[in-house]
Ligand binder design. Structure first.
Ligand SMILES: [Zn+2]
Length: 157
């Protein structure tokens, strides 16, 4: 299932998983300050699949589209969801802001000269900007850079 066909809402215990899904390009709302009923309501109105660690939430009558996440470990959570929903992990990488969940816009290289580290500027050619928060993103060439980015984001929040 590619990111055009599916949207998520993650409960408050799944903030890291939400970032991973955004990394893949999936529209993922992170719901962390409110009652379960509010989460279920958003899921219904916006047609989002609920991701939760809470069995009681899954058992709610209106929570129609749910995935009960089994593990506490973010890697295992990620594996579970990718496998169960057959998610596309390649074609929409880095198309969405990890913080705001907004789609990114391709920007001219010249534009980011003073906004990214010099090494990145020299070695990368494609840059994307979040119009919501202004963060600049560039495609990771391998998993390490993706991990580094996510680690840094965790420190910020
Ligand atoms: Zn943003």
């Amino acid at each position: 299932m590619n990111p055009e066909g599916i949207k998520f809402i993650a409960d408050e215990m799944l903030g890291k998983l939400a970032k991973w899904l955004r990394t893949l390009g999936y529209d993922t709302t992170y719901y962390r300050d409110g009652a379960d009923s509010g989460l279920v309501q958003i899921a219904l109105v916006e047609n989002r699949i609920i991701l939760t660690r809470d069995i009681r939430l899954v058992e709610r009558k209106l929570a129609r589209n749910c995935v009960l996440i089994k593990s506490d470990n973010v890697w295992e959570q990620f594996e579970q969801i990718v496998r169960e929903l057959d998610l596309d992990t390649k074609s929409h990488l880095f198309t969405r802001c990890l913080i705001c969940n907004k789609e990114l816009k391709l920007v001219e290289k010249e534009y980011v000269r003073d906004l990214v580290p010099p090494y990145v500027y020299q070695t990368q050619n494609e840059f994307y900007k979040c119009l919501e928060c202004g963060r600049i993103y560039w495609p990771g060439t391998h998993k390490d850079s993706m991990l580094e980015l996510l680690n840094n984001l965790d420190k910020e929040t």
